[in-house]
Write a protein that binds this ligand. Structure first.
Ligand SMILES: *[C@@H]1O[C@H](CO)[C@@H](O)[C@H](O)[C@H]1NC(C)=O
Length: 207
């Protein structure tokens, strides 16, 4: 019962987060004009992402936020083929984001480290011959679903990699782009280690 509730909450958080990820906040010149306008932008951002920081933390975080806002604004003056906007990580440092969300461990469920194979086989090298140097999988019909957010402090990258690959091949073969559940892999694929880590390859076996 508790577990079901926990799952529902997680699903709700993931859903809320995916919506929020998609709707970044744009930064205008006037937002950066003064300390006051930056503070107003930070307050709007806190409200938008329903972020509550305590008073001490908020001073430090406002400084991080300002740096991020300036970085985004400066980047957007360039001619990159895409623009940046403020997302839910707006008042976190790169290091904090990495520590909280960047978990991708190779620990097996029995606690031992997996040894990764670093070299490609001849078959794998030959299979790459004659392929285009890049493919935009978002082109219609898209083979990629919306951005998903890995949970905080959960080494579940393997589950996201596996669902993305299956979503892709399913879309390419059937023209039906359906988002699949990483939560199911994390909870139910006993060949992998849940939040402790795993491999997409093993998840394919489960699927
Ligand atoms: C796509 O696949 C899902 C899952 O099998 C199914 O529920 C849905 O109806 C399909 N959509 C279309 C347009 O065929």
């Amino acid at each position: 019962m508790e577990r079901a509730l926990e799952m529902m909450l997680l699903v709700a958080i993931v859903l809320a987060a995916t919506t929020l990820v998609a709707l970044g906040m744009d930064i205008k010149d006037k937002d950066l004009a003064s300390e006051d306008s930056l503070r107003a932008l930070y307050e709007r951002w806190c409200e938008h992402y329903r972020v509550a920081r305590d008073l001490d933390d908020k001073t430090r975080r406002f400084n991080v936020f300002k740096e991020n806002a300036h970085m985004i604004h400066k980047f957007n003056q360039g001619d990159a083929p895409y623009k940046l906007s403020l997302n839910l990580f707006g008042d976190m440092t790169d290091e904090e984001v990495h520590r909280a969300y960047g978990h991708c461990s190779n620990i097996k469920s029995d606690g031992r480290k997996h040894r990764q194979q670093g070299r490609f086989t001849d078959d794998a090298i030959n299979a790459r011959k004659g392929l285009p140097s890049s493919v935009d999988w978002r082109r219609r019909p898209s083979a990629v679903t919306k951005v998903k957010l890995q949970g905080v402090h959960c080494g579940s990258c393997w589950a996201f990699a596996a669902t993305a690959a299956v979503e892709g091949i399913n879309s390419i073969r059937t023209r039906n782009l359906t988002s699949l559940s990483t939560q199911q892999l994390v909870d139910c694929d006993k060949g992998n280690g849940g939040c402790k880590g795993g491999f997409a390859k093993l998840a394919f076996k489960y699927i």
